[in-house]
Design a protein around this ligand. Structure first.
Ligand code: ATP
Length: 698
């Protein structure tokens, strides 16, 4: 599905070209789409990023005239299959929690993993080693799977089985910076970024290939066109378009320079000169979107991982007899703890035309009166299982010993590693078992060399400032051979002297100072329920070297969020809180010192605001009882829905005007529950890990 930004860019372009400030410059544009299918791909994006990239969230969406196509032409001859697909796409098919129960007839019976794949291959390409050398047009079939890795594995098996002489084309890979060529050439050969052909392209006559770039759309050569190889020359491949309007047409394909898409995460920029094709006995489900197949094999070595994948895969077929699924044998990852009903839904409101409701509009949602949103906000949703995964690079400066900790009734182990990231900030990276032992021990042994770590898919938390923790999905790369990281490493030769300046500390004696500072921050937080800011000691002292430092402060508050189905209290810290309240932590501190009451200002600025929040729940212990708490990790203010007299009064000159701030209007006070800002006086001390400039030691 196209990203909203692409359609918005088209709108801008047409307005400019037509010199008319009308929608699409006054041109009629017809868009087709199915929200049951996979959504736009946002590399490394969260669920929220994906939803935000959808056209339904564009300012253009309200201006479209919507028509609904309700007949499945592809599967017209199999109405039972059509109904099944609709139920599946709408999320109504035999849902056992998040699992879908598939009809028995399409599932390959339980077997060993390799046998299952073999059965699937036999179903889609029966007797491949004997057939298909002369009758390629009968091959409108494919194995669909979730990831490119599995696609490559299956293609490799099938090309070996396929009859004929092997033709190998080797690519020419070059770094964009010619000076790096010698260092990285071998590494580049081993990479096959998404949407790129492999370094070694192995083909056989009549083997099916797919085009990876738009070469000549007018002649039918588009990204996704499937072809059969006919003849191989040194610099050109003769091929025949396999399906569609141009089926049977002979074309010539030559080598072109290709670069990985931006956002692919390759830190050594390079280009590959190769034929823009790859084998397509198997392809990813996302690539298959838009294709119609006579025989479909679906290989789910791992469960599908994004909205619409199963629906897209199954709906490539014309009838149920033409599909077989090799189901996943991998146990799904443990789910996040339940968050309660208040967070347990995603709500997207399709403004005006659709009303609110489930993710994809159905027939009923066309009647707006039936589907009034719970909320007055135009896009008010919360994401239940959102975890803030991120990748972090840094240089290790200290590995602390392994600690054994109790998690509920079980004991596990963890190890804190202190790293310096690219912004020269100290971060605690907590490695949980088994990473603490395997990668942790490896790091511990080489700490004095300042090793680089690339912590992938780790969770960022805002407790105690900024810290990072591994999850079962995480991976830790030690000294990865990539260019930027080497730069980072040499740039951060962490002598004690340099470190001292990196963190704005004048008299750091040992690295231990930093560690203790971090511990101090923890301590401050634990003692953090200050009743009165006046008594906060704004200086902290290193227990080792006795140096004093003025702390950097972070605001932290508990606010109540009501999404129409319930209310939760969640904590929020800097910098997110500063999107809500008109005072930064220093200003709060100044006001607190001057004995003015800041709470009215804070209360009037947060109450009744419509926000989109990302709330993470965590389990903690309180008086020997395990309790569930919530923390706001990301917050966006959305359009406020107040009448003029209800609007928030924010003093123009912040601290001076505080006492003149009007209290909330009586109407507001009556109707909206007062948020729990009475507990907002936690002002936490910290010296690292936040975005504000660190105050230097006196
Ligand atoms: N009016 C029609 N009459 C007969 N067959 C049709 C008609 N419209 C489409 N088809 C057939 O249905 C199949 C799917 O069509 P098409 O690829 O245009 O749909 P689509 O909406 O793009 O599907 P998807 O998004 O699921 O890939 C094709 O095989 C096409 O030939």
């Amino acid at each position: 599905m196209a990203k909203r930004s692409a359609i918005e860019a088209l709108d801008d372009l047409l307005r400019d070209l037509m010199e008319k400030d009308e929608l699409f410059g006054g041109k009629v544009i017809v868009l087709g789409g199915d929200f049951r299918q996979t959504l736009p791909v946002v590399p490394n994006g969260s669920k929220h990023d994906t939803i935000a990239a959808c056209l339904t969230n564009s300012y253009l969406w309200q201006k479209f005239h919507l028509l609904q196509l309700d007949e499945n032409m592809r599967a017209l001859l199999d109405p039972i299959f059509t109904d099944f697909l609709l139920r599946l796409g709408d999320g109504n098919e035999n849902l056992d929690e998040d699992d879908v129960t598939l009809p028995k007839q399409i599932v390959i019976e339980e077997s060993e993993e390799s046998e299952g794949l073999h059965t699937l291959i036999e179903y889609v390409y029966p007797n491949i080693s004997q057939h298909y050398t002369t009758i390629p047009s009968s091959m409108n079939r494919a194995i669909l799977t979730t990831k490119n890795t599995f696609v490559d594995q299956i293609n490799e098996i099938l090309i070996q089985k396929f009859q004929g002489e092997v033709k190998e084309y080797v690519s020419f890979d070059e770094t964009l910076d010619p000076n790096d060529q010698g260092h990285y050439e071998d590494l580049l050969h081993s990479l096959t970024p998404n949407g790129m052909p492999p370094h070694r392209l192995i083909l056989k006559k009549n083997a099916p290939i797919i085009l990876l770039r738009n070469m000549n759309p007018i002649e039918g050569l588009c990204n996704g066109t499937r072809l059969f190889c006919k003849n191989f020359n040194r610099n050109v491949i003769r091929a025949e378009i396999a399906f569609g309007d141009y089926a049977g047409k002979e074309v010539f394909i030559h080598r072109i320079p290709l670069q990985p898409a931006t956002g692919e995460g390759y830190t050594v920029p390079f280009k590959r000169t190769q034929f823009p094709v790859k084998l397509c006995f198997a392809m990813t489900i996302n690539k298959a979107q838009g294709q119609t197949l006579d025989i479909v094999g679906i290989y789910l070595k791992e469960p599908i991982f994004s909205h619409g994948q199963l629906y897209v895969a199954l709906s490539r077929a014309r009838r149920i007899e033409s599909v077989k699924v090799e189901p996943s044998t991998v146990e799904p990852e443990p789910k996040e703890p339940a968050h309660g009903s208040v967070l347990n839904f995603i709500q997207l409101w399709f403004p005006k035309k659709f009303g609110s409701g489930q993710f994809q509009p159905d027939k009923h949602s066309l009647n707006p009166s039936k589907n009034k949103p719970h909320h007055p906000s135009h896009a008010n949703f919360t994401l239940p299982h959102l975890v803030n995964y991120t990748n972090v690079r840094g240089v290790v400066i200290k590995c602390l010993p392994i600690q054994h900790v109790k998690k509920g009734s079980e004991t596990t182990s963890k190890r804190d590693v202190i790293i310096v990231n690219e912004e020269k900030k100290l971060l605690i990276l907590t490695l949980w078992n088994p990473i603490d032992e395997i990668e942790g021990n490896a790091l511990d042994k080489i700490t004095n060399t300042g090793p680089l770590v690339f912590a992938m898919r780790v969770k960022m938390t805002t407790f105690y400032g900024q810290s990072i923790t591994t999850s079962p999905r995480s991976a830790i790369l030690i000294n990865p051979p990539v260019k930027d990281d080497l730069k980072l490493q040499t740039g951060t030769q962490l002598t004690k002297q340099k470190l001292k300046y990196s963190f704005g500390m004048k008299h750091t004696r040992t690295l231990r100072f930093c560690c203790h500072l971090l511990k101090q921050r923890h301590t401050s937080n634990r003692q953090g329920n200050y009743k009165d800011e006046k008594y906060i000691n704004w200086n902290i002292k290193c227990p080792l070297c006795k140096e004093k430092s003025e702390v950097q402060i972070i605001s932290r508050a508990i606010i109540e969020i009501n999404d129409g189905t319930g209310t939760i209290a969640a904590s929020i810290s800097s910098p997110e809180i500063e999107k809500l309240i008109p005072l930064n932590p220093s200003e709060i501190k100044d006001v607190a010192k001057s004995e003015k009451n800041v709470h009215d200002v804070i209360a009037s600025s947060v109450q009744g605001l419509s926000v989109v929040t990302f709330v993470r729940s965590y389990l903690t212990w309180n008086q020997q009882q395990q309790i569930n708490r919530f923390v706001i990790v990301k917050l966006h203010k959305v359009q406020e829905h107040y009448t003029k007299e209800q609007q928030i009064l924010i003093p123009s000159t912040k601290s001076e005007n505080l006492s003149t701030t009007k209290p909330a209007s009586p109407k507001q006070t009556q109707k909206r529950p007062q948020p729990d800002v009475g507990k907002t006086k936690v002002i936490e001390s910290s010296s690292a890990g936040t975005s504000r400039p660190t105050k230097r030691m006196k």
